[in-house]
Design a protein around this ligand. Sequence first.
Ligand code: SF4
Length: 366
Amino acid sequence: MKFVDEYRDAGAVKKLAEAIHKSTHNPWTIMEICGGQTHSIVKFGIDQLLPEQIRLVHGPGCPVCVTPVALIDAAIHLARQSGTSLFSFGDMLRVPGSDVDLLTVKAEGADVRLVYSPLDAVAFAAQNPDREVVFFAVGFETTAPANAMAALQAKNLGLENFSLLVSHVTVPPAIEAILSSPDNEVQGFLAAGHVCTVMGTTEYPDLASKFEVPIVVTGFEPVDILKGILRCVQLLEAGEYVVDNAYKRAVQEAGNAKALQLMREVFKPVDRDWRGIGTIPKSGLALREEMAQFDAAKRFILPENPVKESPECISGLIMRGAKKPHECPAFGKNCTPDRPLGAPMVSNEGACAAYYRYRLRESVSQ
Ligand code: SF4
């Protein structure tokens, strides 16, 4: 199949792996920030093709994993209100809040619905004016434009029964937080291609030079990822702390102007709590004041109960690249996809789910 097979081609993979071996003369720790890339790396065994000196660590780029428990509890609270319909993307339904998850609340009778587009929630709100419709808007720069469009469409339709419970996060501040940490070991980054498709690469050069790390925009197929790693290794070995684009077929330096305009029209940067990691300044997006009528956090009184997290879950360490999933004592034992203790075991982009799906046997035997 064109555009997929060529990026999984065994011969191309072998050549790139050989080039990485030839280029590597020193030990390097490289982080892929995106959960989709983590899944590809683990699924295709890309890390196992690399020289021993290259350590790949997994970053916080799973949107479901970093959604704070307080907001999941808020979504559960809203879903339990009679007359309310709560919409979200699939993975969010199974992520544990303090006590239950949204799927359990749905089984108890709440109107919780899975959608693939926030515009479906807007359409439902237009057709059901007697119901309060809340869309749980999570994700990175990749989902923010569509959610912004949903808010604008609700405004244009004059809807009074639609709102967004917003938990958007943005990637560059997370990279800055990781690099600022006193125990940081990351020396190079693979930046997520789909995020850069929207935001471009203009925010990265300052980070690369300030922290002296190369940042390489990277795609998701094995050939893409190996190309990104090769370029990152070449820059590290040369001591060049710049931004490079190894995913030119999708990413332009300026990003997608229309999507960025939509985001800026509807959202503003705010400090945001990341589950397992803590608050990262200016790392979130919230609805602007002029969109307040569509802000569920302003429209409803949300619970402020203290949140509860599994004391066994070390997801914060995993998402900062300090530990791998199989180093969590609960991995594959107390924590499985059927009975997850933390979000990274649930989400399709979660690192623990990737190791459970593709590496369980070898992980448990270690
Ligand atoms: S294996 Fe489970 S408990 Fe451990 S870090 Fe991952 S999600 Fe948390």
